[in-house]
Design a protein around this ligand. Structure first.
Ligand SMILES: C[S@@+](CC[C@H](N)C(=O)[O-])C[C@H]1O[C@@H](n2cnc3c(N)ncnc32)[C@H](O)[C@@H]1O
Length: 468
């Protein structure tokens, strides 16, 4: 344990050297090849007015040198250009596949990161024109200063950071052990040592740049499990906006150009000198802060003690969560919140507002009426759009418990005004980013609480129709 702690401290301390405060983080190669020409040489298409700029407010970006009408194709990529973990014609080497199997599901970015590292280690890589244009550093939490980490908004966020550090250190060991004595010809990284810092780079590169697309050709809808994470050369130079002027499209298999896997199309008219801006949707780690981000969520632990305290505050007897009835325990197991290998991570905020599993668990545990609960399937109990499935009183108590849970989990951050005052005084770039994270995370919780408060008000009016 002490060794692990020391290792995490060491890893955190080493992050310092990797921080780059400039808006233009250096690229892997000082003089990277021309990405646009490479795409064209490979059979892709880049509209003549689309240029790669090194000088946008967000580092590299794409700009238009003339007005472009809505609906115009701007970039198309043939199927062999995106970088993915595996494709039919390029299965991963057995050792890379073995390493990838040790990566937990939620760190899918690490799996693709291994592939990226494999190509980075290969001087003759087909993807070198792409990889050499990637930044050396990233503004995601695992790249922050150790002191800045202390300022991260929430305990769960620090937890996520520590968890990733722990994984990287552990995985570094696994990579070393697996590849010990392997001949350079069979070695996925051409005999090169891959350490925690390389793994961290790859994880950050993928999580801030990879998109999920259908492996073949279908409309991009984001989030569905059959969507394959891929790195999209050039397209990933588009910066983000919630008012985008371009969008990514994968054509339906309708007989159109089979040499195009994915394209970027002007969603609105693009004016001369405008940046091409995409809506990143639910990219894993933006690496920057977007105000009022509707996709932003906070991860919390399903903590029975805290939930007991929250329901106590709402007026229930203690122990509802820590001592469920056997039938409730069984339902919690079905929700994967109890049992041998439970997944206790729940999210608040974003599109769902309250994690469906958390919502169902609270509804069930506060109900205590098996007959009532049995009338509904779990999917209905998980949904916020099912109106009061277990009765209005249960629903109000559930929402109030979530609200108190937020407060008890120390999620509504104190001193927002102070942070805003500090920002006005001027601080370092990284500290500013951290403070913005804090403010943003606080606003996620304020949003959830506000939403639930509104729902409680509506339900209360239904419960007491004569109340003014
Ligand atoms: C997919 S890359 C876009 C290309 C990137 N600007 C570059 O220099 O390579 C995503 C990264 O760009 C930056 N970025 C993109 N949109 C941004 C925005 N709206 N605000 C702040 N940073 C942004 C962040 O560093 C983010 O992690």
């Amino acid at each position: 344990m002490a060794t692990l702690k020391a290792a995490i401290t060491f890893l955190k301390a080493n992050i310092r050297g990797l921080i780059c405060a400039s808006q233009r983080p250096p690229r892997l190669s000082h003089h990277p090849p021309d990405l646009v020409r490479w795409i064209e040489r490979e059979g892709g298409f880049v509209h003549h007015a689309v240029k790669l700029s090194q000088d946008t407010p967000f580092g590299f970006g794409l700009i238009s040198t003339e007005q472009i009408p809505q609906g115009t194709d701007l970039i198309t990529l043939p199927p062999h250009v995106p970088l993915r973990f595996e494709s039919d014609d390029a299965p991963p080497s057995p050792l890379l596949a073995a390493l990838s199997r040790r990566v937990p599901e939620e760190l899918w970015a690490m799996k693709l990161g291994l592939r990226l590292l494999q190509e980075r280690a290969n001087a003759d890589s087909f993807w070198w024109p792409y990889i050499s244009n990637l930044p050396v550093t990233y503004t995601v939490p695992i790249f922050f200063h150790p002191e800045d980490i202390e300022n991260l908004p929430l305990k769960p966020f620090q937890y996520q950071f520590d968890e990733r550090c722990r994984f990287l250190l552990h995985f570094e060991e696994e990579v070393r052990e697996t590849l010990e004595g392997v001949q350079a010809s069979d070695h996925p990284f051409r005999g090169q040592d891959v350490n925690a810092s390389d793994l961290r780079w790859a994880l950050s590169a993928v999580s801030t740049r990879a998109f999920r697309l259908h492996g073949n050709r279908k409309v991009v809808q984001g989030g569905s499990s059959d969507h394959v994470p891929m790195m999209l050369p050039l397209i990933d130079m588009c910066n983000h906006s919630f008012s985008p002027n371009v969008k990514i499209i994968q054509d339906q298999d309708d007989g159109s150009d089979s040499n195009t896997l994915v394209k970027v199309v002007a969603e609105t008219q693009v004016k001369e000198n405008d940046q091409l801006l995409l809506n990143y949707g639910c990219l894993l780690d933006y690496g920057f802060v977007v105000e009022s981000n509707p996709y932003d969520t906070i991860e919390l632990n399903y903590d029975e003690g805290l939930l007991d305290a929250a329901s106590l505050a709402v007026g229930f007897a203690s122990g509802k969560f820590s001592s469920p009835a056997p039938w409730q325990h069984q339902l919690l197991s079905q929700l994967n919140l109890a049992g041998k290998m439970p997944n206790l991570k729940v999210t608040l905020g974003g599109q769902e507002t309250v994690d469906g599993r958390l919502l169902a668990a609270i509804r069930i545990l506060l109900s205590g009426e098996l007959v009532e609960v049995e009338k509904h399937d779990l999917e209905a109990l998980k949904s916020l759009s099912s109106v009061a499935p277990l009765g209005i009183a249960n629903e109000i108590a559930t929402f109030q418990t979530v609200m108190v849970f937020c407060v008890l989990a120390n999620v509504v951050l104190s001193q927002l005004e102070d942070h805003e005052a500090i920002l006005k005084q001027g601080v370092s770039d990284t500290a500013e980013l951290i403070i913005k994270y804090r403010i943003q995370k606080k606003s996620v919780f304020s949003g959830v609480i506000e939403d639930l408060r509104r729902r409680v008000k509506l339900l209360s009016a239904q419960e007491t129709p004569n109340a003014s």
